[in-house]
Write a new protein. Structure first.
Lengths: 328, 328, 328, 328
């Protein structure tokens, strides 16, 4: 039996708790949250206990920790887990400060524990299939990547203020997609953006719409477009052009109903938001984490991927703020 | 220069006149219509003359006639044209009476003139491509055919009274599709139907919605569903299942615009009605007629196809009226 | 805690066991199967015991039974469960003999226990949404229904021999869809068919492709087309035309990947077969069963629905065998 | 009768000649081409004459000229036509040199003749519908534009050498789409690119894949991605996100056939190349030109649009060459 501790009993922690409960041979032993009532409720649902962090790191029976607490706690928890030789699954980003993220990566490397970062899109059935088909050579060498990544609505401005900005908070997923799909690293990055949907976001020193271009070391091109509030919903698509064809990832829809009315033919909007869109991905991601622990799988993400995506987010932020092309 | 006479200056006659005018080396010499003003207007547009039928058949320079006048005139015009050795293009149906249609077929056969029947769907880019791909063996032997054929609105009841009923007026096209696509003849036919959309149609002794099933001599199956008034528009689809796959014909849409709104994703309805949906088909059909006359093509339809579709329409009418399965 | 017994540890029983295990407050206590090893393995997976049927009916703690054993055992188990006042979930069909199914329905009625029949399609996200939108009046009165129901491959001939024939084995689901969606009962039914894909099926006295037409008491029309072996996969669609529009149910696909190659644009085939296509439906169905037991939901299907679908299957079989239209 | 002269009897000149011939009341009087045989052949087809340019400008009966000759001839022909007070339709670009294009615009303005530039995409049924629906307020203020513009294959390197480079030759259409759809002007432009498909293009000092980002004066964002050789064909899409929704322009396909095979569901590739994709657009464009001449329509494009798109192409070229963000 693998005993697990979960940090964070919020929205994403709850998802992970449910997925942990579905793994055979895995037990959710502890839940840690500053909101003790939330921790207790979630722990009770799966037969665990609400405790504090010290208790987790003092218990040698805990072999793995899942870090889904607020971003400002990630680095410390990673460092403590690495020191205690517990396997780590940590939500993105590793930290808002690149330097501190690198310290975490060093610690993980030194301890030798697996440390998977929660880039759940890599486990999405559609995205993962595209990656496999590229690796199988179906479109030849990938040459261009166009990523569409739009949210149905912006988070509260208070959240935005603490988020590290749109590039670290939202595009970090897209930067990971870029590295994963093109299999190459950025040589230059250019980012511009605007505050188009809510002036309060501008007031918080951030933007809500971006256009990013990356040119890789081998000359491949990537464009990413994002917006915090797409009036029509959550939009997660990408397309990758290769020497022999293109693979295109479409949105998932709740149903396959079409209405033919006197005005038009209408289909469902995409799944509402990330919890719905990536439901299968979150499940597959957690299953993968325990496969890795059981020795049956090579980790599909590492803390180095987390650091690399963060470095791109930081470079994009610089490009936007200083209105210049950044070389990496 | 090929000199042509057109019978009928109505909606479909106007379409044919335009397509005749686009054929190199072809001249629309005469237009005949009981509405003399309409004939004059149409003739003038293309540099021809409005005349009566006798003038057409007396003029040896006329090598081809296009019959797009009302159904009750078709048979007589075919007989006169066959006698005068003029090539014939005639709109469906040959006649409302199967026996009289057979007399026409005999006359055509005796005279040796080409006589193409206006089953324009055979020239539709989508439908014609499916036929070609079946013939190329892409799905193996065709086994089942499902035809969807729905109109956006019923014609006036006065028209319906003279139309020969829904099977001869509307499904005759679908019966031709059946024979053409499955490449087999009906062994049994069963037709049922209802008057669902307009009680006046029932008052006229007709129905406005039908469900037809045909079993062929080789045991293949076809189902046809029709309705006079599909609230959402003109719907012309079919799918043919073969031993190795299925080919499916979808509707054509005016544009490829999609709107992603807060409620749904919407696309265009199908093209409005047959004049729009089959615009390319009417053009290709007329080009084919003159290719046949020029000796460059084997006729893609014959009067025998017209008679065969009519026989199916008559059998379907009997099946519906007498509530029994009809053997052919 | 609700204690449950499961009859049948085969493919569908295994699905139900997993879904039972996911219901909070429900325990899979017993598994019964003639294959004792299979029963033991499945029971062990969820902490239950492999027992025989007598033990189930003798244990007053068992409040519900799930019948997923072979068809020939359904009726007896329903009768015993009804007598023991245990709530029933039973796979279709109730029995191959209509008379015996009616005896079961009487017993269920007398005992007052809920008895849900496994028409899982009613719980499919796409199909259930269409039903709700029809009930909400979105397309007005439903007038026509076209059902496409095709399997990717035929079962072994041995299975077919014991299956009751294609209408009771395969189309029973489609007959239920017909009643549920049109909200009307059949007045006449006509069924024809052929053996197109495997001569051994004909040798077993059955067919593998059918075309069925139903006219309802109110004059509405339904067409069903089925084939045991669609070379391209499992195809489960329907469309319902109403006075104001059409609702169309499409297939579900494993991913939303599209490949644009030099020859064509290609998308995924539909989900492989019923276990994949109806995965969400099976889960929702079992959740619904326990909602009913908990008093929170009206049963969405009853044994009367099972009997009614069976009656249509029997009438269709008669129509096909005797080559006549059957009145109901 | 409006008498017209056509310069250029190549591929696009031939298209225009056919569309001129279809306008009622318009006559193709002269065709001018350095390849005299080509001019004669095309002129003969429509009853005109092959002449030299002097003859055109000396003939006061010619009221309009269509300039479809090679780019290096455009400016001189525009200047001569403006001086001779003949209405002008000219293919893009006005000239490869921005300064010279501005001289042409001045001359046109001074003479007062209409001068439409051949941005045929504005007449495409799908694109024109999107423009109209934006103007109707369907998605609120447009905020972002993503343009996909990919060719099925690169032209010969000799052509590329004389083309002015990818931005002036290929993206000029996309720059016009940008201005037309967003209804705003560029404040900054950033362009990068690579030679990914054919080293000979690099040898010619050009690139074959680009990624362009424009930020407008009002802060709106546009991204354009292009490639000279998309292995799967000609790909012409865009999507515009507004405050209330998104409008998306898809490709047009030759047919609506779908094949469901044992491996996948496949649809047609987009129309082969621009002559097929924009067939309807070229016809509508020429009809519009003669509507303008007849006084019935305001010109949908002007030489100023041609100059503005060229200025963007020049700025993009600078951005790419000098690896910097260009302000406009």
């Amino acid at each position: 039996m693998t005993d697990v501790a979960l940090f964070g009993a919020g929205r994403i922690g709850t998802i992970h708790a449910g997925n942990v409960a579905r793994q055979p041979g895995v037990r959710l032993q502890y839940v840690v949250d500053v909101d003790r009532a939330a921790a207790q409720k979630l722990a009770a649902q799966y037969g665990g206990q609400a405790v504090d962090a010290d208790r987790v790191f003092a218990d040698p029976a805990i072999t793995a920790v899942i870090i889904a607490s607020s971003t400002d706690t990630h680095a410390e928890l990673i460092l403590r887990a690495a020191k205690a030789a517990k396997a780590i699954f940590c939500e993105k980003p590793v930290d808002l400060a690149l330097e501190r993220a690198r310290v975490c990566a060093d610690a993980v490397r030194a301890s030798g524990v697996p440390c998977l970062i929660g880039f759940q899109r890599r486990y999405d059935p559609t995205f993962a299939t595209i990656k496999r088909r590229i690796d199988d050579g179906e479109i030849g060498t990938p040459e261009m990547l166009i990523v569409t990544s739009r949210d149905p609505g912006a988070p509260p401005v208070d959240y935005i203020k603490r988020s590290g900005g749109i590039f670290k908070d939202m595009l970090i997923h897209d930067f990971d997609i870029f590295r994963w799909i093109l299999g190459d690293e950025a040589a230059t990055i250019y980012a511009t953006g605007s505050c188009l949907t809510d002036a309060a976001i501008e007031g918080a020193g951030d933007i809500d719409a971006t256009a990013v271009t990356i040119r890789t070391r081998r000359g491949r091109l990537a464009q990413i477009n994002t917006i915090r509030r797409a009036a029509y919903g959550y939009d997660q698509r990408f397309e990758v052009i290769g020497a022999h064809g293109m693979l295109q990832a479409g949105n998932h829809r709740p149903t396959e109903v079409m209405l033919w009315s006197s005005g038009a033919i209408t289909a469902d909007k995409p799944e509402h938001f990330f919890l719905e869109r990536y439901r299968a991905a979150y499940a597959a991601e957690m299953a993968h984490f325990f496969d890795v622990l059981a020795g049956g799988a090579r980790p599909r993400t590492s803390i180095d991927d987390g650091v690399a995506a963060l470095a791109l987010a930081e470079a994009a932020t610089t490009s936007w703020r200083e209105k210049r092309i950044v070389e990496l």
